[in-house]
Ligand binder design. Structure first.
Ligand code: HEM
Length: 166
């Protein structure tokens, strides 16, 4: 019979991964590049509107994805070892875990940190006024952090799927 704990954890893990990857890829491929076409003051206004939701979305989905993944890993290796990956699959799962943790650290320490600072600057800047010079650097850091974590997430996804199916 299907193991309900395994299925529930896998379900939470995959849904939160989809939300995390989806938001990251949408930002780096569509929203970020389109913002370059706006003038600096409008760009900062857009940030004010979008930044808090982006921060909440990425923080909650990535944290849930990583936590569910770690619990899942503990469950299949310590509790229900009949569900553990094969010996060929395990190195791929471990590589996926490292890539996923690296994506999480970069999301938090680079992209979301820049986003938080941008939000602070946006809230201090009067509407329509010329933004301070650090804004451009922070926007670049936000895009770069998002881009690197998107690449790491795609590699983690490939590793996880290969590892679980070998
Ligand atoms: C700390 C980070 C992570 C941990 C501890 C973790 C752990 C796990 C574990 C234990 C499994 C079950 C493997 C099996 O059934 O043999 C799994 C499956 C999966 N993980 Fe992760 N994971 C992490 C990050 C990620 C990331 C970042 C992604 C994608 C970007 C991802 C995507 C998947 C997918 C798609 C599956 C299902 C694979 C399948 O059944 O074909 N995981 N993960």
């Amino acid at each position: 019979m299907a193991d309900i704990v395994y299925l529930a954890l896998l379900f939470i893990h995959i849904i939160s991964i989809v939300v995390w990857m989806g938001a990251t890829i949408l930002f780096v491929s569509v929203l970020g590049p389109s913002m370059r076409r706006l003038n600096p003051a409008s760009r900062l206004d857009l940030f004010k509107a979008m930044g808090p939701a982006y921060q909440r979305n990425i923080t909650s989905s990535s944290t849930i994805a990583i936590a569910a993944g770690l619990i899942l890993y503990a469950y299949i290796t310590q509790v229900q070892s009949s569900l553990a990956p094969t010996s060929q699959g395990m190195p791929w799962i471990l590589a996926g875990i490292l890539l996923g943790l690296a994506a999480y650290v970069i999301s938090m320490a680079v992209a979301l940190r820049a986003n938080r600072r941008l939000l602070e600057l946006a809230s201090q800047n009067p509407a329509g006024a010329e933004p301070p010079p650090q804004v451009q650097l922070l926007q670049r850091r936000l895009l770069l952090g998002g881009g690197i974590s998107a690449i790491l997430l795609v590699l983690a996804l490939l590793s996880m799927v290969i590892g679980a199916n070998l």
